[in-house]
Design a protein around this ligand. Structure first.
Ligand SMILES: [Zn+2]
Length: 514
């Protein structure tokens, strides 16, 4: 497919010639609608594969704005940064407010392990929604609770009360390990709280002294200090404890915390020519955690979406449906930006045709999660046809929780997540090492071409899926492990209370015609 790009007059004329030979219609005949769509997709793809400012945007976001946790000054700067790029590209864009439930930022984190002639200072990071320690720090015995299973807490018994418990982890290699880590943490933290611990210390699951942030499983409701200790330091403490040393952990976590506040998404838009009220949402999140610069998660895909908007505008491509480039905020703390969007755009959601999230780093896109909507698979296949040379692509029809597709799924809007090869994503996830150099430029451009083809396909094809009713979304809940996944991300209560997935009175979607 890429060989047919009109980048070289010679290859273009060859393509034109082969079209003349292949088609019964004369060469000057108007191309069919599907031919026009494919040619436009090819133009867009060729453009993002070439010398655009995509990588320069990524560099500037990661190095100049830097890590940008929602609620921080850097995060506010990232909103201005994104608006400025859309403006420079001539793409209309605005910042849209939404409510964050609680402010949480780390200012500093320190810890000392000592006892019986031993003293060392391992690197530590506060887990998001950890409680701060009292001024001057907090000291308590450090107790080895193995992997934090039920049997481990039974074995340790009353010694866990009032202690910092040290939880062993496996080294994380890929995205599957990451999801396991999140799922296991729910039980570990519940058992630790039931045992009356002072705080939880996770052994870092990344090699050496790498630090990363991993949300506390109970979110803002957590009341204890919880931290990740560099793997080398935690292994040393564990060996000492297992050799019979009595150790004390002194931790000082200085945090900036507060109640609800307002943050902003940035929404760029290319308005549809013939179906402007039908909307395709392309989303990546602007916020990141703050130990590193947030290139994989998720600056690369922010830069990609901005570039797609820029190239559509530059090429004068106007889709049938409206395309919105949604740069979400508040994702890392619970997908609050996309949740806010579905609430503030509730009246338009029936017209939302598809919402895509690209949020698994910089590895090659090898297909899309269709999130429990089998009829979506052939539409994705159709949209990806112009990108076949960048495949193969396999669509996986299971619901996935963990990024900004969720609230669209709960609202019955067809939603996709780009599935990506792990590449550098897993070991650098939320880590100090999530920096510009983790992303391979060629792969990122290839992904931009794939997302460009997908977006153009959905914004121009005749077919569309209707929005699902609440009953259909509930049926999906019953048929899949969606509730379990939502529990492991601390999202289930918000669904049950109607804070997520609720529909305003009088705006219930009518049942599908019988
Ligand atoms: Zn992310």
């Amino acid at each position: 497919m890429l060989g047919a790009m009109p980048s070289h007059p010679w290859s273009w004329s060859l393509t034109a010639l082969s079209l003349c030979l292949a088609l019964p219609a004369p060469a000057w005949a108007k191309p069919s609608a599907s031919e026009a769509r494919e040619r436009e997709a090819a133009l867009l793809m060729g453009s993002v594969l070439g010398g655009t400012p995509m990588l320069e945007d990524l560099r500037s976001l990661v190095d100049e704005v830097g890590g940008r946790a929602t609620g921080s000054d850097a995060n506010r700067r990232s909103v201005e940064w994104a608006l400025e790029r859309f403006r420079a590209a001539g793409v209309p864009a605005k910042s849209e407010p939404f409510r964050m439930p609680a402010l949480w930022l780390e200012e500093s984190a320190r810890a000392t392990v000592q006892g019986q002639g031993v003293r060392f200072v391992p690197r530590v990071a506060a887990m998001p929604f950890s409680a701060a320690t009292p001024k001057g720090g907090q000291s308590a015995p450090l107790v080895d609770v193995g992997r934090g299973a039920e049997a481990d807490f039974t074995r340790v018994g009353a010694k866990a009360r009032g202690a910092f418990v040290l939880v062993e982890t496996d080294e994380l290699r890929d995205v599957d390990d990451l999801f396991r880590e999140y799922e296991e943490a729910v039980g570990i933290e519940a058992r630790a709280v039931a045992a009356g611990v002072t705080g939880v210390v996770y052994m870092g699951s990344r090699p050496g002294n790498q630090l990363y942030r991993h949300n506390v499983s109970s979110g803002p409701k957590n009341t204890r200090p919880m931290l990740v200790m560099e793997r080398d330091g935690a292994l040393r403490a564990q060996r000492l404890l297992r050799a019979g040393k009595a150790l004390t952990l002194s931790a000082t976590l200085e945090l900036k915390t507060g109640g609800p506040y307002e943050a902003h998404n940035v929404i760029g838009e290319i308005r549809g020519a013939t179906k402007p009220d039908e909307v395709v949402v392309l989303g990546a999140h602007l916020d990141s955690w703050d130990l590193g610069g947030g290139a994989l998660d998720n600056g690369a895909n922010v830069a990609m979406l901005i570039d797609l908007a820029r190239q559509m505008k530059r090429l004068g491509l106007v889709p049938a449906r409206t395309i919105r480039f949604a740069l979400w905020n508040g994702e890392e703390q619970g997908m609050y930006g996309s949740s806010g969007y579905v609430a503030s755009h509730a009246a338009e959601l029936d017209g939302h045709v598809m919402a895509l999230s690209v949020d698994i780093g910089c590895g090659r896109i090898n297909g899309f999660f269709t999130n429990g909507r089998p009829p979506l698979v052939p539409l994705v296949d159709q949209a990806l046809a112009p990108a076949a040379g960048l495949g193969p692509f396999t669509q996986v029809d299971v619901p996935v929780v963990g990024t900004d597709n969720l609230d669209f799924m709960l609202q019955g809007v067809a939603n996709l997540i780009a599935n990506q090869e792990s590449a550098t994503y897993g070991p650098n996830y939320h880590a100090r090492s999530d920096e510009f150099s983790q992303c391979d430029a060629r792969t990122l451009r290839g992904n931009a071409a794939v997302v460009g083809a997908l977006a153009w396909g959905f914004a121009t094809m005749e077919a569309r899926l209707p929005r699902q009713s609440r009953a259909e979304v509930e049926a999906l809940m019953r048929a899949t492990d969606l509730p379990q996944q939502m529990k492991s991300f601390n999202l289930w209560e918000e669904w049950e209370s109607g804070a997520r997935g609720g529909r305003p009175q009088g705006r219930q979607v009518s049942p599908a015609p019988r």
